[in-house]
Design a protein around this ligand. Structure first.
Ligand code: PFF
Length: 456
């Protein structure tokens, strides 16, 4: 299995693949509307703080386990702590990504619909105003059938890629799409910050108003940081198992995290100024980008229709690719577990996970329409899946990983893996700090977050 999976070719491809998993709908779709719902700049500060001081150590802990064993979660834990219950973390890594994938693929389906719309050049009509765009989106997600068709198509693409092998495809794919994604988001940002009325949006992003930072906003900021870096679900562990033994974990972790953070911030500046320019409510929720971007494109359409058409096609295509490179990594974790440990064929494992995901996704999709009055713990099914995974299961998984590396593994082994047997000078120097964060700071902080989430 290890041989079959092989290694990432170079540090660049490894970082692009990891960044490809990290950068996704979480950055372009979830981050801007979370910022909008939770008070703007103060939320971003907490997000940045937790990403740097909490999430990077967790990222490194997961990577250490993956690179040390070159195995997927279950096998990795079993190898490092033989005969213990740690290997049952393999279960968590099947279920958590599956639940995430269920609702993620609903939004992935929305991206397909909007990509197809851009292909029919439907965004370049400057006469279509903001309200019309919002109404169109509202009608689309609350209808029963069309979103289900696209949800199914999105999941099918995932399944096909996984069945026919990810490595060559994903590596080649992310190497190309991740840099393109950056170029496009920067272009949209430049356009957006120059729109009339954009200044209020920029202020919203740079002047923190701590009075708006409620306890639940604080927890959402941390949850968003976990979500954005794909932590606590074995995804980073599995990808790190594809790293070469002499790869520098600090470098891959640092660059992946920086690219991911940078992308989220740029996406915030691409979306929020346009939201204000359009007079939309920043706390509009999950539909934010699907209502805002078409509006930006149609104002662009007044000056240069061809530019609008090209940019909108490329933009929705990149959102779709960003979503796919993340969702494929979610599916791969579960499939790797079933193939490795349950000795299932790749195709069977994929079909099984596809079926589970599809069924839950159907409920998530319908929770915007026919099932909108069905509530789980006071939330729609879609919101409940999101809340359960990003605020509980991902934090719980992260806790287990840092606990394992900080308290179960021998310190000498952790150092050995982090410094490649002592050969990396910088890593030797920072090891004690990183280890302190993994052993004490991260578990303590996660326990506080977890309990607070339970009490909220
Ligand atoms: N990090 C991805 C995003 O920001 O869209 C979401 C994600 C990917 C979550 C992979 C979990 C995961 F295992």
């Amino acid at each position: 299995m290890v041989k079959e999976r092989g290694n990432f070719n170079s540090r660049f491809t490894a970082i692009m693949a990891m960044a490809g998993s990290a950068i996704g709908l979480g950055n372009i779709w979830r981050f801007p509307y979370m910022v909008g719902q939770n008070g703007g700049a103060a939320f971003i500060l907490v997000y940045l703080f937790s990403a740097i001081f909490l999430c990077i150590p967790i990222f490194l802990a997961e990577s250490i386990i993956g690179k040390r064993t070159h195995l997927s979660t279950f096998g990795a834990m079993d190898k490092l702590a033989p005969g213990t219950r740690w290997k049952w973390m393999g279960f968590l890594t099947v279920f958590t990504p599956l639940i995430i994938l269920s609702y993620y693929s609903v939004v992935g389906g929305w991206s397909i619909e909007y990509f197809l719309k851009s292909l029919t050049l439907s965004f370049s009509d400057p006469a279509v105003g903001m309200e019309e765009h919002s109404a169109v989106f509202g009608r689309f997600i609350s209808s029963a059938w069309t979103p289900l068709v696209f949800h199914t198509v999105f999941l099918l693409i995932n399944a096909v890629v996984i069945v026919f092998g990810v490595r060559g495809g994903i590596e080649r794919f992310t190497k190309l799409t991740t840099p393109v994604l950056f170029v496009l988001i920067v272009l949209i940002m430049l356009y957006s910050v120059n729109l009339p009325g954009a200044k209020a949006g920029i202020d919203y992003l740079i002047h923190p108003d701590f009075s708006k930072l409620t306890g639940s906003a604080l927890l959402s900021a941390m949850g968003q940081a976990f979500f954005s870096l794909s932590l606590g679900v074995g995804c980073i562990l599995t990808y790190a198992s594809y790293l070469k033994s002499d790869e520098d974990l600090l470098a891959t972790g640092f660059f992946t995290a920086i690219f991911d953070l940078l992308f989220a911030i740029i996406a915030g500046f691409a979306i929020m100024p346009a939201v204000f320019a359009a007079g939309i409510e920043p706390g509009a929720g999950p539909g934010l980008i699907f209502e805002t971007l078409p509006f930006i494109f149609s104002t662009m359409g007044a000056d240069a229709p061809w530019l609008c058409d090209v940019v909108s096609i490329l933009f929705f295509l990149t959102i779709l690719f960003a979503a796919l490179t993340s969702s494929i990594s979610m599916l791969e974790v579960g499939v790797a577990y079933l193939v490795d440990q349950r000795k299932m064929s790749r195709t069977r494992a994929t079909i099984l996970l596809f079926a589970g995901c599809w069924a839950l996704g159907v409920l998530c999709s319908l929770s915007f329409g026919p099932l909108k009055d069905v509530h789980v713990f006071g939330m729609t099914i879609f919101d409940a899946c999101d809340h359960l995974t990003s605020d509980f299961l991902m934090t719980f998984g992260s806790l287990l990983f840092v606990f394992f590396v900080g308290w179960k593994m021998k310190k000498a082994d952790v150092r050995d893996e982090f410094t490649n047997g002592g050969s990396l000078r910088l890593n030797r120097k920072v090891f004690n700090v990183v280890y302190f964060f993994i052993r004490y700071v991260a578990p303590a902080a996660i326990i506080v977050i977890f309990i607070s989430n339970l009490l909220m």
